[in-house]
Design a protein around this ligand. Structure first.
Ligand SMILES: [Zn+2]
Length: 222
């Protein structure tokens, strides 16, 4: 069974928590991380001892302020590295997530602040995820919905794609989907919930599974 670092645990709890702000059950944490429940119990004890999480056996784990701050720090390193690899080293937006997964654990505060400055204090990574600043503050984001939940006939702008699967990100790029790209929903097929949309003059169809991984904001005509 693979071993997962303390930082990965914290990051995962943060991501599972945000949205519903509730405790994360050890069972679902084990599934998400692909480790045994015993490993989660072990790590939970360690993190609680360091004051990074609160743990209640019948509820699960919840990050303390200190834990949340730490999570935001790891996320900051990850997202700044992604952008740096794209901007400075010309890597493809599909390649950078896996690289950043490693780099995020080995970067000093000094170096990440220099990268932040080099990039002119950016607010979003190449996939549209917000970058916490050095005080852990996240930039404001517009309301985002999954492309799979949009209504026909409306105009949207792409503001985020799920970056975990390099193959998917690569595919999205190939069909013309990128951050800031405008599109119009032509139709959602009732049969399988796939989405037919138009980018510039080109019509494309995305499966529901893919459309769930793309997030958009509605463009309202002023
Ligand atoms: Zn990203």
């Amino acid at each position: 069974m693979k071993s997962i670092s303390q930082e990965d645990y914290i990051k995962r709890i943060y991501k599972m928590q945000s949205g519903n702000k509730s405790s994360v059950a050890s069972g679902s944490l084990a599934i998400e991380l692909g480790v045994s429940k015993a490993a989660v119990t072990d790590m939970t004890r360690k993190l609680a001892k360091e004051g990074l999480i609160n743990y209640q056996s019948y509820k699960g784990s919840f990050l303390t302020r200190k834990g949340e701050r730490k999570a935001l720090d790891i996320i900051r390193r990850h997202r700044l590295w992604e952008l740096f690899l794209v901007e400075a080293l010309n890597l493809n937006w599909a390649e950078v997530h896996d690289e950043a997964e490693n780099l995020e654990h080995y970067t000093s505060e000094f170096l990440i602040n220099r990268i932040d400055k080099y990039l002119n204090f950016p607010e979003f990574d190449p996939h549209g995820d917000p970058i916490p600043d050095k005080n852990g503050k996240l930039p404001k984001t517009r309301k985002r919905i999954q492309l799979s939940k949009t209504k026909s006939g409306k105009d949207f702008v792409v503001c985020r794609v799920d970056d975990k699967n390099a193959g998917l990100v690569d595919y999205l790029g190939k069909v013309g989907i990128g951050i800031g790209v405008k599109l119009k929903i032509i139709e959602r097929l009732e049969f399988d919930n796939s989405v037919m949309l138009k980018i510039k003059k080109k019509e494309i169809v995305l499966s529901e599974k893919i459309a769930e991984k793309v997030f958009v904001s509605e463009l309202k005509d002023e």
